[in-house]
Design a binder for this molecule. Sequence first.
Ligand SMILES: O=C(O)CCC(=O)C(=O)O
Length: 323
Amino acid sequence: MTVTKPDKADAASLEAIARNGSILRRIAVRIPTYLSDIRENPAWLPMFVLARTMPARRLHWRGAKPVRAKKVQDTMFAGVNRQDVVDALQSDGLFSGLVLPKFIHEEIAAFVRCTPCFGNFDRRLEFMPTEHEQAEARFGVPLLSGHYFERILACKAALAIQNDPLLTDIAAHYLGGQAKLITTRVWWSFPTGQASDADKNLASLGKYHFDLDDWRMLKFFFYLLPVDEGTGPHVYVRGSHKRRALKHQLTLLVGHPAEEVLDVYGEQSPVTLTGEAGLGFVEDPFGFHMGTVPAHTPRLMMEVGFGVSPPSRRRFHGEPVIR
Ligand SMILES: O=C(O)CCC(=O)C(=O)O
């Protein structure tokens, strides 16, 4: 029997088949979550279809209710000027420079170290974060993330961030008077061998994407341990929240490769956020952003999100539907 080597054209079509297969797997992994979103709130579907297009978004932003400026008291972020944050959000989609008091991020880090988390968003994969390697061996799968879901509400320091009046005030001045709390979550991203594309996609890691959980959104992120280049820093594409190439308005894909995004929004536009434990930043998540897979150190992150529609109970803690 003679075995013929595939020529260049065959190799290209095999590559295209593999790429399409991976794209389909990436779409398929989110479908159960989307179906559940529609069942829970039928208004989610028109939002999901239309909120990616600039004309529909502009129309929706017109409905933002003006809010009266008032003095914010009892915030843990003393010295941060709300208007500076809102101005940066409007121009860049990102403001970095919120700093958590030491006792707050230390209390959350201590709480999560002795609380079991759920691997890859799956409640069947429960493990102690300090035993990540053993858990991978026990379950026989790479564990890319560990989420706390509602368990984080038992941590007083996390609740103090969630309820901080400055965050609510910034959200109201950026999103309008309809702003409401829609997410609170804390999770680990772990360095791991061979995470699948589907797991990376669910964990929003490694590919630029924009969020479509609501018409208008704002996400505050806090690093609860130091984050350097090897700890899976968050990356945000400055300015991409207010302009959008047509192909990115009509796309069904959640994740987009870096070259494709930076070709449109500029090589200089991504900001990689590294910093000490306690660093906080806030972004308009309609702008392209991503987490990166940690190379050597686990990352511990908190998110407090605001939107303008009633929050979904499941999404409040960032939980997708896993099959
Ligand atoms: O883990 C990260 O840094 C990314 C999180 C993210 O993309 C999101 O919450 O939409």
